[in-house]
Design a protein around this ligand. Structure first.
Ligand code: PMP
Length: 361
């Protein structure tokens, strides 16, 4: 049997392990920041009919520019955006990859402020873009002066800001984003995968697009939109940025079935986003509960909470799993991350955590 080490794999990929949280079949899955609420029977029926309507045309390639879907997404985002300023792909991971293919590459650098979403650096590496790791403060926020100084020192071709940030949950002040936009010599990506969960009144980086042609704001249907299985991510930027991405995207990258399902999802956004308020309330209650137990919990504007600290987080993670509750071992060494589930799932999380604290800690 040939093993991986026998193959002429790229040198920089040797010894690496694939990215991904364990997909385990346990009762309470709170580890990948999904929305726990599935679509209603009515929405399932609409999705099925859109997909079956498309099935008769599956001998043909899809609209390679996904124009109808991008028009719908532009209308959803608002801010006077038009289809030419919006781009979509298979999850925001693919959008991020296309951005780095177009604006990163050999001899170029990308910078992010960690702990943050680790796929930013993984995708950078996969397209031969050198990664520069900037730092966060103890409360996981960004100090504006230090952030600007780091950007001026390294002059990265692409800067990643994530707001709300994964895995910490912390949102950025819009003024920090503005200062980064002024300091950065290249593209600035604001990853807003969790934006819909942010506190009311938090301004989106979308508000900065009219004055900043090198700003890209990425979003996804995987989180608040409750459509992780559809694999649909998108961005808003200047039309010239979209033109750049057309140079690197694979032809017909977004299947007709994905486009049809995503359009139905946008049309049903009131239902799909309908549980966001409840998830926010459950998140705030989770932070309070954890702090009430003497644990630390980072401020969160997302649908998850980073909490700790545990001298042996692996032991806590395993003990929770043994009780049927799957959380994520991610972020700084002494912390765990719990995604916000249904009220029942969070009750199970609290009961399991309470028991584990008595047993393990
Ligand atoms: N950005 C951030 C910050 C994320 O946490 C995730 C998913 N965990 C993504 C992007 C990618 O999500 P998707 O590809 O499902 O859109």
């Amino acid at each position: 049997m040939t093993s991986l080490s026998d193959l002429p794999l790229r040198d920089d990929l040797r010894g690496l392990t694939p990215y991904g949280a364990p997909q385990l079949d346990v009762a309470v899955r709170l580890n990948t920041n999904e929305n726990p609420y599935g679509p209603s029977a009515e929405l399932v029926a609409d999705l099925a009919s859109a997909v079956s309507g498309m099935a008769a045309e599956l001998n043909r390639y899809p609209d390679r520019d996904a124009t109808a879907l991008r028009t719908d997404l532009a209308a959803y985002l608002g801010h006077d955006l038009i289809a030419g300023q919006v781009w979509a792909a298979n999850g925001s991971n693919e959008v991020l990859q296309q951005i780095l293919q177009a604006f990163g590459g050999p001899g170029r650098t990308a910078m992010g402020f960690e702990p943050s979403y680790s796929m930013h650096s993984i995708i950078a590496r996969s397209v031969f873009t050198e990664w520069i790791s900037g730092a966060r403060e103890a409360d996981f926020g960004l100090d504006p002066d230090k952030t600007v100084a780091a950007i001026e020192e390294h002059r990265p071709d692409v800067v990643f800001l994530t707001s709300p940030n994964n895995p910490t949950g912390t949102a950025l002040e819009i003024d920090v984003i503005k200062r980064v936009l002024r300091a950065a010599p290249g593209m600035v990506v604001v990853d807003e995968a969790y934006f819909e969960f942010a506190r009311t009144g938090t301004p989106s980086a979308l508000t900065l697009l009219p004055d900043h042609p090198r700003l890209i704001v990425t979003r996804t249907m995987s989180k608040a939109f409750a459509m992780a299985g559809t694999r649909l991510g998108y961005l808003a930027a200047a039309p010239a940025v979209v033109e750049a991405l057309l140079l690197v995207r694979l032809p017909y990258h977004l299947s007709s079935l994905t486009q049809a399902a995503a359009r139905v999802a946008v049309a049903h956004r009131a239902e799909l986003l309908g549980m966001v308020d409840e998830l926010r309330a459950e998140r705030d209650a989770t932070v309070d509960w954890l702090r009430g137990r003497g644990l630390e919990a980072a401020d969160s504007d997302a649908n998850f909470v980073l909490y700790g600290r545990f001298a042996d987080r692996r032991a806590v993670w395993e003990a929770l799993l043994a009780k049927g509750v799957l959380v994520r071992e991610v972020g700084p060494p002494e912390w765990l991350r719990v995604s916000i589930g249904t009220g029942d799932e969070m009750a199970a999380f609290r009961a399991a955590t309470q028991a584990v604290m008595e047993e393990v800690l």
